[in-house]
Write a protein that binds this ligand. Structure first.
Ligand code: GLU
Length: 471
């Protein structure tokens, strides 16, 4: 059970070394949902101590993704690179208490020791050469400027027990853990140390993260013990796999959150889908955010890896699009039209276009494809021209052209009447008449309803577009 004797504080702590992955977003989501459910706080912390791999673009991508998914954080973003003084204070404390010590071994020396251990089939562990140095030796080395890192001194006895909210009980003998480097020779503190100092000083009560960190947790628990602090409750989430049960990667399609934005997904659909990877509530598939906040529970997170199924996500997105208010979608559509070179601020037209395409669009990209006819003329490709705008279609097109030209009430009723009358008079099928018109007006054979297209384009544009295929 999630312990809530203190104000619950959750955090999402991504490293800015790439885009925000959908797996990372799911981790953020579970933290966010529980924070909201329990009336706690949700904190965003950017773990940017890896100076070589962290980039400003990646920080931006994390912030953009979080905002797009509407996972508002209550505090932060904190940046670890701005907290080095704090980390150093805690390192000094450990040194003073003899719980940490400087290590002067060079990387060549360590490498040689490691190679020897391997040769002798021993687990490579630091042999504590520098722990055994006398105080005066240490002082001499430091004052002569000898390079050194700082290591945490691990215990040889006892064991670390983690009662993980997802994985259950995990126990590790402390003698398996060697003396962890907590500050590198270049002065930068290491992940396992900074994460503990942050979680401890930020009063984090729950750490929900990927199970790739489960191996780090015993080391972090040792540090909590060293500081006499109560560790947070941990929940390690199983990995997300592709439909082929291999680790989710680019081979399976887009894995970056913002790629889903660009592909025309709705944030609520993605949130709904991410929540369901590895978590279930009865057989419910569709959840509003409020629903998720109320129903999510870490106890129901599956111990087995979840599968990311792009087809299911697409289906869900279609459902969200169909159920959205046209006015809401109309605000999102311009971005996708702009990608097609269409700049407009005709809000009422956007609303109309959404209304006629919503049922047929599974993404906003599909929607933009369906409605670009309203802004630009697209020449159909050759295959479509041959099939729908060839010689035998011209007489039908001409019939429509003449009737539309004469039509006074250019509304849906009037336009519908043109086609139904033509079907009656000629004995042709509706498709035989409508399909060539559709292709001539939109450049495509799949489009919103043809009567709607004609009404939205208006008489002049319709006649101009059709006439190009009459010659
Ligand atoms: N910065 C780590 C990562 O991005 C997460 C650390 C944590 O959640 O404890 O993998």
């Amino acid at each position: 059970m999630v312990n809530t004797s203190k104000k619950p504080r959750f955090r999402f702590a991504p490293s800015p070394t790439g885009y925000l992955h959908v797996g990372g977003a799911r981790t953020a989501l579970y933290n966010y949902l529980l924070a909201r459910q329990l009336g706690g706080d949700f904190i965003l912390r950017i773990e940017d101590t890896d100076l070589e791999r962290s980039t400003p673009e990646s920080i931006q991508a994390i912030l953009d993704s979080m905002k797009w998914l509407k996972m508002e954080w209550d505090e932060g973003p904190y940046f670890q690179t701005k907290r080095f003084d704090l980390y150093n204070q805690y390192i000094d404390q450990l040194i003073k208490e003899k719980k940490a010590y400087p290590c002067f071994c060079t990387s060549q020396e360590l490498e040689a020791k490691r190679a020897l251990a391997q040769k002798e089939k021993r687990k490579p562990m630091y042999d504590r050469t520098c722990y055994k140095l006398s105080t005066s030796d240490v002082e001499k080395k430091i004052s002569s400027g000898e390079k050194h890192c700082i290591r945490f001194h691990s215990h040889d006895e006892g064991s670390i027990i983690i009662n993980d909210l997802v994985k259950g009980r995990v126990e590790i003998a402390e003698k398996e853990l060697d003396d962890l480097i907590i500050r590198r020779t270049d002065g930068s503190p290491t992940y396992n140390f900074t994460v503990v100092i942050d979680d401890m000083t930020m009063g984090i009560t729950h750490v929900i993260r990927g199970d790739d960190h489960l191996n780090n947790t015993p080391r972090q628990m040792q540090l909590y013990q060293a500081f006499g602090a109560t560790p947070p409750q941990f929940a390690h989430l199983p990995l997300i796999l592709g439909t082929d049960k291999k680790r989710l990667s680019k081979r399976h399609g887009a894995t970056s959150v913002m790629a889903y934005y660009e592909m025309g997904y709705l944030p609520d659909a993605l949130i709904n889908y991410l929540a369901r990877i590895g978590w279930a509530y009865k057989d419910q598939e569709v959840f509003t955010r409020q629903d998720l906040i109320e129903k999510f529970s870490i106890e129901s997170v599956s111990k087995a890896a979840g599968v990311f199924n792009p087809e299911k996500l697409l289906w869900l997105n279609g459902l969200y699009i169909r159920e959205s208010k046209p006015e809401d979608l109309a605000k999102l559509l311009p971005h996708y039209l702009e990608k097609r070179g269409i700049i407009s601020n005709d809000t009422s037209l956007f609303v109309e276009l959404v209304k006629i395409s919503q049922e047929k669009s599974k993404t906003l990209e599909e929607m933009a494809d369906l409605v670009d006819f309203a802004f630009k003329e697209t020449r159909p490709d050759e295959a479509l021209q041959n099939k729908f705008l060839g010689k035998e279609n011209k007489p039908h097109l001409k019939l429509v052209y003449d009737r539309l030209e004469k039509l006074e009430n250019f509304d849906i009723a009037g336009i519908t009447n043109v086609f139904t009358t033509l079907v009656q008079e000629t004995g042709l099928k509706l498709g035989q008449i409508a399909q060539p018109v559709r292709v001539a007006l939109s450049g495509k054979n799949i489009s919103p309803g043809i009567y709607e297209i004609i009404r939205i384009l208006g008489k002049k544009t319709c006649l101009a577009r059709i006439s190009k295929y009459l010659e």
